[in-house]
Design a protein around this ligand. Structure first.
Ligand SMILES: *Cc1c(COP(=O)(O)O)cnc(C)c1O
Length: 378
């Protein structure tokens, strides 16, 4: 009872039994909920469809499936799944070090790149700290911020594009982390690598800049943060095996940063946060250049196909280079349901304050054609 009174509850609340909510950390109650893309089996059951007749263009997954090299390695690794995975992720970090011309100590491997962003928040955020990101930025930044009692500072995105000047102006003495994704999800807009570098360099030295490069494999060029990092600036970047490598279901991503920040994050993470087949798959997929190349080609063709189709239908969309497009669809909520009835799952963006918008993941040519045909029927 004393505890409850100390937590500021009314007299009424101490006259009844405490609920779990009474006892929970405050941020747990106020956190926004992550709305994931609806799974194929769930939609199939709800609408009485065969799962094989349903296509999911809702979570920016790779329509070509997993990297074949990654899949083969994961299957082989399963034979040893009675053993704990290598908690140090030794071989993956060595391989990444080679790829980036850095040291293994410059990498933290996560259960998806989501995890490395949560680790960053866990290691560095306290109540009262501020975290700066765009108003239509990836929702995980807000989740990570609020989970540790810090304050999200959401900078308006005119035309759904990052306003780097306004973001810089939003940085105060309380700012601890700035998150930026390029391309950004869910809008799909991309920031120029030179602008990103200038922005990163303009930040105070005690602010951590996290560049989220989940879709960078789809771009012609990305910002190279290594020189800034080597000069001692607090810049980190996150990458994932979920998109271009097609390993979303295995959950592997990584953070690249100074050996100091990586050392701290490695203390925070669980000892075996990345599972055995996932580690094996990521290691092998890193060599699957042919698959990534084909992914890029199919995606570029798909973006062209979807863009042309949306234009023809008269639906506005945000020009993007990632593996999805955000499109303004009349009666988007109803459209989301009618599309599911027709076996096509997309993602409504109401949760991002983009009522009237749907996010469409680029599929194979046939899947894109089916999506466009269903959109035409609305
Ligand atoms: C998909 C995505 C990720 C990747 O998340 P994982 O946890 O690695 O699957 C990260 N950032 C953005 C912006 C994304 O859209």
């Amino acid at each position: 009872m004393r505890t409850l009174a100390l937590r500021g509850f009314s007299l009424m609340s101490v006259l009844r039994m405490a609920t779990y909510a009474d006892l929970a950390n405050r941020p747990v109650l106020t956190q926004p909920v992550y709305e994931a893309g609806r799974p194929i089996e769930v939609v199939a059951r709800e609408f009485g469809l065969e799962p094989s007749a349903v296509i999911k263009l809702a979570s920016n997954e790779n329509p070509l499936g997993p990297s074949p090299l990654g899949l083969a390695a994961a299957k082989k690794a399963l034979d040893n799944c009675h053993l704990y995975p290598d908690g140090g992720c030794t071989f993956l970090r060595e391989k990444l070090a080679k790829k980036w011309a850095l040291e293994p100590g410059n990498f933290v491997i996560g259960n998806g790149s989501n995890e490395v962003m949560i680790l960053l928040a866990q290691a560095f955020l306290r109540p009262g700290d501020e975290v700066v990101f765009g108003s239509q930025a990836f929702i995980v930044y807000k989740l990570a911020t609020m989970l540790f009692g810090a304050t999200p500072v959401e900078v308006p995105m005119p035309g759904y594009r990052h306003d780097l000047k306004a973001m810089r102006a939003a940085v105060t003495a309380k700012t601890r982390i700035v998150f930026l994704a390029s391309p950004n999800n869910p809008t799909g807009g991309t920031d120029d690598p030179a602008d990103i570098l200038a922005f990163a360099a303009s930040l105070p030295e005690d602010v951590i800049f996290c560049l989220d490069e989940a879709y960078t494999e789809y771009l012609e060029a990305s910002a190279d943060l290594r020189p800034l990092m080597k000069s001692g600036r607090k810049v980190v970047l996150s990458r994932t095996f979920s998109k271009a490598y097609g390993l979303a279901g295995l959950r592997v991503g990584y953070l690249l940063g100074s050996t100091e920040v990586c050392g701290l994050l490695n203390r925070v993470r669980q000892p075996f946060n990345v599972n055995l087949p996932a580690l094996a798959a990521a290691e092998a997929a890193l060599d699957d250049d042919a698959f990534v190349r084909r992914t890029r080609e199919v995606n570029a063709a798909g973006i062209a196909q979807l863009s042309a189709g949306l234009k023809q239908l008269g639906f506005a969309f945000i020009d993007g280079k990632a593996n999805f497009l955000a499109a303004q669809i009349p009666k988007a909520e109803e459209a989301f349901t009618s599309l599911q009835k027709a076996g096509v799952i997309v993602r409504p963006l109401r949760g991002y304050g983009m009522t009237g918008w749907l996010r469409l993941t680029v599929g194979t040519e046939a899947q894109n054609a089916r999506l466009l045909a269903e959109l035409a029927k609305l």
